[in-house]
Design a protein around this ligand. Structure first.
Ligand code: ZN
Length: 510
């Protein structure tokens, strides 16, 4: 990139700004490490005390991001004639920071403080409500959380729908107007496809998973698999937690976790591949973005596209298991020795409506998201009330999945997201699937031997493509720009709809 010569006063402001950004990146890196430690290694008794220390640390980090120094620098550097002369990376940094700065400044400090207390208490209430299967314990807290988010939407501002302002926090630039038709198409086609699958007389044999799989053998297999699919073990590690996650400290230290269940061999394998997808993304961000706020994924949806691409489009493909299945069989000769590749492939792709989102298959998963999206949008839009949620939830489950939860614990109370106020978050999961399918269509067009390479166990070419097109850019581009640059189009539902139709037609002989 051509380095432009800047006016000395501007150059001094740029230097000062970059030093401040680097300091913030260091703060973030350390707080990530603290969070990882809390979840993975810290002894139970020390956690609540340590959580307070993390809170103090994060407050300092936040103060720095909204400091007068930051405000003045952003002011100087975002004046049009100055901004126009900055390089692409500095421009993108300022775009991101300015947005975050102005949002943080808009929320009155006391309002935010009350909200932090509210969500902490709401989380306890949510847990108690789940334990006792009593939605009314959580209801008053959720009402206040919805009120707060509606107020925030008003403060942030929006053009058409208040939910747009909340969506924007996770998927910059996305709106209800764009999402509604995408999701409607996906929902309608998925409901219809699910119906045909239910009618099919050709069912995969999931009984092969209803056996005991030795945990030590599972660990060996996952540790064998992880580096082969592109995760750099010299720039990361794999640990165990109840809820798997990926946490980057920097591009050279990305930590992921998985969980091993004796009675569910699929959980660890696909959980590991999923988190590896997140991890590989972070490991391959351009080193030039290190020390800036751009050294992360483009958005929640794009991040999720990388994990879902690796988990589903790659990890649940026949080509993938053509390569890895013999090794899996060697690890579990008793359980899988007599099970053919085709039988195994069909079983890992079986479709079965379930009450619980995180246990859902590739097809019905999106229907779980549609339910949450429609409810959130209507709550924030003031069309429905919190007290009616259990009933609305159950009705939608029946309409889309054909099953009704017996309790609110396995229904409306199942996810943690609303207790921390994460309105606008859920759509990211299905967006990830939509982006992933659109990327698959592009990669197959550009690399017609894509699945042959996977079948040969060669992931280098695939990972190089993802690095070149997605990973290295970090947050340099908005999700909309990025997907258009790579695929040549705006996000469309057709790719995922066709992918699902094609895949399940073959598996279920439709
Ligand atoms: Zn994920």
């Amino acid at each position: 990139m051509e380095q432009k010569t800047l006016d000395p006063a501007v150059q001094a402001a740029v230097d000062q700004y970059k030093a401040l950004e680097e300091k913030l990146a260091h703060f973030l890196s350390i707080s990530s490490l603290l969070e990882w430690d809390q979840k993975v290694t810290a002894p139970k008794k020390g956690r609540p005390i340590f959580a307070k220390a993390i809170g103090t640390f994060r407050t300092e980090e936040f103060k720095l991001s909204v400091s007068d120094e930051m405000g003045e620098l952003l002011n100087t550097l975002s004046t049009p004639e100055v901004y126009a002369n900055l390089d692409e990376i500095t421009q993108a940094q300022i775009r991101e920071r300015k947005e975050e700065y102005s949002r943080s400044k808009k929320i009155p400090a006391d309002m935010y403080r009350d909200y932090v207390v509210l969500t902490a208490r709401a989380n306890d209430a949510w847990e108690e409500a789940r334990e006792t299967n009593n939605f009314s314990i959580f209801e008053p807290f959720l009402e206040k959380i919805v009120d707060y988010n509606r107020k925030v939407a008003g403060i942030f501002g929006y053009e058409h729908h208040p939910y747009d302002a909340l969506l924007h926090q996770y998927e910059p630039g996305l709106s209800v107007a764009v999402l509604d038709p995408l999701f409607a198409k996906l929902r309608e086609s998925s409901v219809a496809l699910l119906e045909r699958i239910k009618q099919s007389g050709s069912k995969p044999n999931v009984g092969i998973f209803e056996q005991s799989y030795d945990v030590e053998q599972q660990k060996k297999f996952n540790q064998y698999l992880l580096p082969l699919i592109g995760f750099d073990m010299n720039a990361g590690r794999l640990d165990e937690t109840v809820h798997p996650f990926a946490q980057p400290m920097n591009t050279g230290d990305v930590r992921i976790t998985t969980r091993y269940l004796k009675d569910n061999v699929r959980s660890a394998v696909f959980g590991t591949i999923h988190e590896a997808g997140h991890g590989i993304y972070e490991q391959n961000i351009d080193p030039r973005l290190e020390g800036t706020a751009l050294s992360t994924g483009a958005s929640f949806g794009i991040h999720e596209s990388q994990s879902r691409f690796l988990e589903n489009m790659v990890g649940r493909s026949e080509a993938f298991w053509h390569h890895f299945y013999p090794t899996l069989q060697q690890h579990f000769p008793e359980q899988l020795g007599q099970v053919s590749l085709t039988e195994f492939y069909r079983a890992i792709n079986s479709v079965q409506p379930t009450m619980i989102r995180v246990e859902a298959d590739e097809l019905t998963y999106n229907l779980h998201i549609m339910i949450r999206y429609e409810i959130e949008k209507a709550l924030i839009g003031g069309e429905i009330e919190v007290k009616d949620l259990p009933e609305i939830w159950n009705q939608k489950m029946q309409d889309y999945l054909g099953i009704t939860p017996a309790t609110d614990t396995e229904g409306v109370l199942q996810d943690v997201h609303w207790s921390f106020g994460g309105f606008g978050y859920f759509p990211s999961y299905s967006l990830g699937n939509l982006y992933a399918a659109q990327l698959l269509s592009t990669i197959v067009r550009e690399k017609p031997d894509f699945y042959d390479q996977i079948q040969a166990g060669n992931f280098a070419g695939v990972q190089q493509w993802l690095k070149e097109n997605i990973h290295r850019h970090g947050k340099l581009y908005t999700p909309e720009q990025l997907i258009k640059n790579v695929t040549g189009e705006d996000l469309k539902a057709d790719y995922l709809v066709n992918y699902l139709e094609d895949k399940y037609s073959r598996i279920y002989n439709l």
